[in-house]
Write a protein that binds this ligand. Sequence first.
Ligand code: PLP
Length: 375
Amino acid sequence: MIYMDNAATTKITDSVLREMMPYLTDYYGNASSIYSLGQKSRAAIENSRIKIANILNVKPSEIYFTSSGSESDNWAIKETIKKGEVNHIISSKIEHPAVLNSLKYLQNKGHKIDLLDVDEYGFVNLDELREKITENTNLVSVMYANNEIGTIEPIDEIAKICSEKGVLFHTDAVQAFGNLKVDLSNKNIDMCSMSGHKIGAPKGIGLLYIKDGTKINSFINGGSQERDKRASTENVASIVGLAKAIEDVYNDLDKNREYTTNLRDYTLDKLLNIDGVVLNGPRENRLPGNINISIKNMKPQTLVQYLDMFDIFVSQGSACAAGSIEPSYVLSAIGRNSDLSLSTIRISLNSSNTKEECDFVVEKIKDAVNKFSIR
Ligand SMILES: Cc1ncc(COP(=O)(O)O)c(C=O)c1O
């Protein structure tokens, strides 16, 4: 099997699974129980929180465990609204649906939403951001890196602008985490979302970093878990797995980033030699493993299914848009016409992929273009 859809999800790593196993078997106590079996779970959660906080250069009290990146995005956006006022929120046109649909929800409730344009590579314009911020703006949310075309946004600059203007800043770092050194010691970032299943932890675990002092309401009402902000019995094994995954990816971050970037560039250069292939997104400031190409006159469904016959797994556009016959809104935002947008695949590599796999995949894509292009 050749798995090249790591932006959609990743395999749980052996070390993460090993770390989780005791909490899936013997240590199943509820972390709120006062007897020792429960306290074993409590300790595992709090040690995981400390481990993650140390890696990210923040305080343990600033880490809140959630069920996913989507939940973290929903929480950051919906619960920082000032009650009884019309809020103004700025975001970008290429955010993940977890952000865009949270914003739509607020818009339907009467709040004012501005979505920044992006240039042909997917970068937001800092001048436009400066102009759009008014005294009524209470939140800016811009993703750290885009899930479809891999664009890494100028997050430090955006965060600085927001801080200077006294506006809260949230970033969705679901794709950046584990691929880039997301370091939250930059105190201009107020909230940051991440998700475990993109970095070798299981599906259904994420976190929201909330800088101390940020005014945010609780998201799930119920018990007093997560310091009264996010009720529900903690997912101990997944929290332990998330901490291990973060530890592992940060230990090897530089090495893996270099390896994956080189593999991406090697593969991309070969793909761009195929007739009709164009790159979407930038060459520089791009997620290490992200390749997003359009192939003129090629139906991506046909290509994805052809590759599947060889046990090769790549994505048609982004996972969330897969199956949809609408052109991707991200590709429309960077100015791709709908013909090209509808001929797009995303290959997302990580450090488990090899050069031999890439060579094989490029050969199969070439075969598919020769066999199935509509001329
Ligand atoms: C940029 C981005 N944000 C949010 C999410 C949602 O994360 P989750 O699958 O954990 O809900 C994804 C998942 O693809 C993503 O790529």
